[in-house]
Design a protein around this ligand. Structure first.
Ligand SMILES: CSC[C@H]1O[C@H](OP(=O)(O)O)[C@H](O)[C@@H]1O
Ligand SMILES: Nc1ncnc2[nH]cnc12
Length: 317
């Protein structure tokens, strides 16, 4: 088998790091790449690194390495297109989120299954914004199979963390895992008002961030399996007798949360690559756009086709 055919050489898994998560642990640095996509360059050069068994993964810092890009200005189309161009099929995205529920405490980990879009109209949210029209299915915004696959593994990491906290005699509650939750994605950069925070709770929102959209929508359009691993940093602005969230409060938990996120990544990435290579996790999203793209018309512009070839070569050749 040639090196190029070796599955370790393929970069099937991409990790997007959010606030506080600007690198992963215990990985061998291979190279930086900075692909130019039809939607520009990604937030920062993408790090290709090798896991202990040689498997390669791609890491991208959503807000740039120096956290210089606001959530509204993240070049999400370039990020997703760049990852896809490297061969990535599965994206694990990490995010710092506010909690809209008492039982989701700062430090806890959440795997959401639903999302409410409060960014609509402000950010470019589709690869199909020219003469070629597509309507991707987004009823289940996260890759269900991938989320289920992650649940057990994240739980194991949190059990280990609970044991470590106990042994170290740390006076804090161990982080809990919450599944099947609904995330509200708001337009920042300012945090919500008390009234908005209450409103999102009444809508069924459980956590809130500023970054999961349009990232998750674009991943779906690019036929990537995408899951969000959220870590709570604060209680947003809904608690009547408490101060509302400040950036300083978010920063307090960011480092501890980033350590958990790194631990999760270190625990799951090898098996995730193998599951992706088997096709086990990809069957829902791969091929999903075939029936989402409106039938070809005379009016399809060659330039638009060429752009879309970058993310979906099988439909635009
Ligand atoms: C630093 S507080 C608000 C900021 O944090 C989250 O970023 P990310 O999702 O990239 O971890 C949130 O979405 C906001 O962008
Ligand atoms: N309360 C909050 N609102 C929006 N994004 C956040 N990221 C972390 N905490 C947040």
């Amino acid at each position: 088998m040639s090196a190029a055919e070796d599955s370790n050489e393929k970069v099937l898994v991409g990790v997007i790091g959010g606030s506080g998560l600007y690198h992963l642990d215990n990985l061998k640095f291979i190279k930086h790449v900075n692909p130019e996509t039809p939607w520009g360059h990604p937030s920062s050069p993408i790090t290709i690194c090798a896991l202990p068994n040689g498997t390669r993964v791609a890491f991208l810092a959503r807000h740039g390495i120096g956290h210089s890009i606001t959530p509204s200005n993240v070049p999400a189309r370039a990020n997703i297109a760049a990852l896809k161009s490297l061969g990535v099929r599965v994206v694990l995205a990490f995010s710092a989120v506010g909690s809209l529920r008492e039982e989701i405490a700062p430090g806890d980990v959440v795997l959401p299954s639903q999302v409410i879009d409060r960014t609509k109209g402000v950010r470019p949210a589709s690869f199909f914004d020219g003469s070629i029209v597509a309507h991707a299915s987004f009823g289940d915004p996260f890759a269900n199979r991938l989320v289920r696959w992650l649940e057990d593994r994240v739980r194991i990491v949190l059990d280990e963390e609970a044991e470590r906290i106990k042994t170290a005699g740390e006076q804090r509650a161990p982080p809990k895992l919450h599944t099947d939750k609904c995330i509200v994605c708001m337009e920042g950069p300012q945090f919500s008002t008390r009234a908005e925070s209450q409103l999102y709770r009444s809508w069924g929102g459980d956590i809130i961030n500023m970054s999961v959209l349009p990232e998750a929508k674009l991943a779906r359009e690019a036929e990537l399996s995408y899951a969000l691993i959220a870590t709570a940093t604060d209680y947003d602005a809904w608690r009547p007798h408490e101060a509302t969230v400040t950036a300083a409060e978010v920063f307090k938990t960011l480092q501890t949360n980033a350590a958990i996120s790194r631990h999760v990544a270190a625990t799951v990435l090898e098996a995730l690559h193998d599951a992706a290579a088997d096709g086990e996790l990809l069957s829902e999203e791969a091929g999903s756009m075939r029936f989402s793209i409106m039938p070809r018309s005379e009016k399809q512009n060659e330039g638009d086709k060429k752009k879309l070839q970058f993310i979906l070569p099988e439909y635009f050749n």
